[in-house]
Write a protein that binds this ligand. Structure first.
Ligand SMILES: Cc1cc2nc3c(=O)[nH]c(=O)nc-3n(C[C@H](O)[C@H](O)[C@H](O)COP(=O)(O)OP(=O)(O)OC[C@H]3O[C@@H](n4cnc5c(N)ncnc54)[C@H](O)[C@@H]3O)c2cc1C
Length: 391
């Protein structure tokens, strides 16, 4: 199994984490990315203890410690009067219980650390400008065809090409994405534009009727990341980088607490984007022959529990561990699917349900609905260590 060559389609966080995990398991890896340059969008990511365990297993724990912001507390507040409805610890208490804590990181910082580690193992591993269009499997390999006419061969292919995955389309056909009725804005605000008085504590969520605002520091505390969700009947525009205006955002959150409006108003317009949230039914099988899926390609998930990248990183560890313990490609891909499909399906389902808790028409009932615990911890999402679970 160590002689295998694995081609990964997509160099997002999932594709790069998988490349690193497979390299560390001793396999040869090529990553084919459609973009002409490697990069990530300007936004934050919250990483749970399970992702932190995984990133340390992949050898990039030091990068996490340097680049991330380490929140101690997280408050959930009422959208209008700002009172704290719930206060939970995301640092010390998690560390004691799960051996890891929460980390808040700029996506580009994590992406850069993963890419650097993959390239340190093999300088030529990441190939750019390669948009996958076709796949054909024979008994002894897979042939990949790219939009520019180029081709490549591999023993195994991992489709990590995101929620609109071409690999998934080629394996399982199309399932139309369904608009969820929610749109969102994301923004990054330089911290020197944000008064300290609105950051108590720096990591916080505001809940209100049909709306939710989540904000937290990234880049060691130099930027404030926010995501603001709102219900909207219809939406047709694609992509998650549609420019918006501060006026439009403030109109949507007109009757919200001045603290929220203060940091929303401080966003530089060039750092403000909006998008519509689409959903797909989860797959019950991830592989066909020598081709499997990973990350959003396998299980696109709504962002209400902040778990899409966490799942992709967990997938990577389990995929590599499956290759380490199986005797054949088929066995490795079957073990990987068996280990991951139930967990991903659970998080996908709970992320859909979580919106009902957050977008509350009775925000004061929030602590009753969550039993006074953070939504992800209450669901037992941290009672899982990808580096140890059976595969
Ligand atoms: C608002 C918002 C907030 C979020 N917050 C969090 C959070 O706090 N924590 C968290 O864990 N998750 C969060 N997520 C989810 C997370 O961002 C995604 O789940 C994660 O980035 C998925 O990574 P991926 O590598 O699977 O896919 P992607 O990041 O989509 O990467 C796919 C890659 O494949 C490439 N590609 C696509 N098609 C092709 C092709 N045909 N050929 C070659 N290359 C191709 C793309 O260019 C891209 O580089 C959030 C998501 C949103 C929308």
């Amino acid at each position: 199994m160590k002689d295998l060559h694995v081609a990964i389609v997509g160099a997002g966080i999932g594709g790069l984490a998988a490349a690193l995990a497979l390299q560390r398991a001793g396999l040869r890896v090529s990553v084919h990315e459609q973009a002409p340059q490697l990069g990530e969008v300007g936004a934050g990511l919250s990483l749970s203890p399970t992702a932190a365990h995984s990133l340390r297993y992949l050898g990039i724990g030091a990068a996490l410690d340097v680049a991330a912001y380490l929140p101690e507390d997280q408050a959930v507040r009422h959208y209008q009067d700002g009172r704290a409805l719930q206060w939970t610890n995301r640092g010390r208490a998690l560390l004691e219980k799960y051996g890891e804590r929460y980390y808040l990181i700029h996506r580009a910082d994590l992406h850069d650390a993963l890419a650097a580690a993959v390239r340190a193992n093999d300088a030529a591993a990441i190939r750019l400008g390669r948009r996958l269009v076709t796949l054909s499997q024979t008994g002894d390999g897979v042939r990949l065809g790219f939009a520019d006419g180029g081709t490549a061969t591999a023993d195994v292919v991992v489709g990590a090409d995101g929620s609109r995955s071409q690999t998934r389309h080629l394996l399982f056909g199309d399932s139309a994405p369904k608009y969820t009725g929610y749109i969102a804005w994301r923004g990054l605000v330089p911290m020197d534009r944000v008064p300290q008085s609105v950051l108590d504590p720096p990591s916080g969520i505001y809940v209100g009727p049909g709306h939710l605002v989540n904000r937290y520091p990234v880049r060691g505390g130099r930027l404030l990341n926010f995501v603001a969700f709102a219900e909207r009947e219809a939406w047709t525009e694609e992509g998650w980088s549609i420019p918006s205006t501060v006026d439009e955002l403030l109109r949507e959150f007109e009757d919200w607490h001045p603290d929220v409006r203060t940091f929303l108003a401080a966003v530089p317009p060039e750092n403000l984007f909006k998008w519509g949230l689409f959903d797909r039914e989860p797959l019950t099988v991830w592989h066909r022959g020598r081709v499997t899926l990973l990350g959003d390609a396998a299980h696109p998930v709504l962002p209400f529990l902040g778990h899409g990248a966490v799942l992709a990183i967990e997938d990577s560890v389990l995929l590599a561990r499956a290759f380490g313990s199986a005797g054949s490609i088929d066995e490795a891909l079957a073990r990987y699917g068996a280990a991951r499909i139930p967990r991903a399906a659970f998080v996908v389902r709970e992320s859909r349900l979580a919106v009902k808790v957050f977008h509350s028409h009775e925000p004061e009932k929030y602590p009753q609905k969550t039993g006074g615990r953070a939504a992800d911890e209450r669901l037992g999402l941290f009672d899982y260590d990808p580096t140890r679970v059976a595969v």
